[in-house]
Design a protein around this ligand. Structure first.
Ligand code: C2E
Ligand code: MG
Ligand code: MG
Ligand code: MG
Length: 276
């Protein structure tokens, strides 16, 4: 306990300097739309390489950045950097590519967050419909009234909204219906067991059907095998993301990956009969 507290204090201290020192960077993981197969966007993911502490995963430092309020500054840096990279790629012909950015509860609840996002899009010159903000269920549930209003303002701006890690929180169908979201991302936990685990094989198509009945797009996270991809494609899942397609890559590598990617051999059951 003592050690954990001290470690958090040290990391929190180091975190304070990361922006000045340029220790943060983004990596990008492509997202594949399944029918027809096409890369439609990327998720920006934060990386911190500390000279003192080495590479620290976001699951460890983001909660600390949230506690100290630093996430506001870091989050704005992430948003701007992701938009700048997208703008560079757009100049290489990726004009309809989307970028998704993870957003923390503190950012969402801060007074001028909608203004901040609008300004960044404007400064960088990104059409709002190309930006998607990813929010976790717990974030949305924590302050239902306030968040619903906030989300409405983002939709008015033209930005897309996704629920991240769907299935791990407590969203009910009735609750989802009230929120102006556009996409749900099925958590990796429900993809892991596909196609053989009976529970996962029952749950994922149910989530897809439910989401579609609400007019939402469905992305499956953490797809690691072709068998998982095919199972999801055959059940109407709209998009997949995961190591099977590509791990997160730095901006240059990701651009190269997207330019070289071909749908060869990816004719899916819904588009054409599979050769048996
Ligand atoms: P997330 O938004 O659900 O992101 C997906 C995580 O799964 C990423 O971990 C990604 O690298 C990993 N992943 C993707 N495909 C696979 C796969 O096929 N197999 C496995 N095993 N993992 C896969 P990462 O980058 O460590 O990020 C963890 C979490 O940290 C994210 O989960 C997100 O909640 C948070 N995060 C990352 N960047 C940011 C950020 O800029 N701001 C905020 N607020 N949170 C962030
Ligand atoms: Mg995410
Ligand atoms: Mg997720
Ligand atoms: Mg996650």
């Amino acid at each position: 306990m003592d050690l954990a507290v001290r470690q958090r204090a040290t990391i929190s201290g180091a975190l304070r300097k990361v922006l000045d020192r340029g220790e943060l960077r983004l990596v990008f993981q492509p997202r594949l739309s399944l029918s027809p197969p096409r890369i439609t966007g990327v998720e920006a993911l934060l990386r911190w390489s500390s000279p003192e502490h080495g590479d620290i995963p976001p699951a460890e430092f983001i909660p600390i950045a949230e506690e100290s309020g630093l996430i506001l500054e870091i989050g704005e840096w992430v948003l701007r950097e992701a938009c700048l990279v997208l703008q560079r790629w757009r100049q290489h012909g990726m004009d309809e590519l989307n970028v998704s950015v993870n957003v923390s509860v503190l950012q969402l609840l801060r007074g001028d967050f909608v203004g901040v996002v609008g300004r960044v899009l404007d400064d960088v010159g990104i059409p709002p419909h190309l930006l998607e903000l990813e929010l976790t269920e717990s974030v949305l549930m924590a302050n239902a009234e306030q968040t619903a209003e906030r989300l409405q303002a983002f939709r008015a701006l033209g930005v897309s909204l996704a629920i991240d890690d769907f299935g791990t929180g407590y969203s009910s169908l009735a609750y989802l219906k009230r929120l102006p979201i556009t996409t749900i991302k099925i958590d990796k936990a429900f993809v892991d067991g596909l196609p053989h685990d009976a529970e996962d094989a029952a749950i994922t198509p149910t989530i897809v059907a439910m989401a579609h009945s609400l007019g939402l797009r469905v992305v499956a996270e953490g797809v690691e095998t072709e068998a998982q991809m095919r199972f999801l494609a055959e059940r109407g899942c709209d998009e997949i993301q995961g190591f099977w397609l590509s791990p997160p890559l730095d901006a240059l590598q990701c651009l190269a990956f997207m330019r070289n990617w071909r749908p060869d051999g990816l004719l899916l059951a819904r588009d054409a009969p599979l050769a048996v």
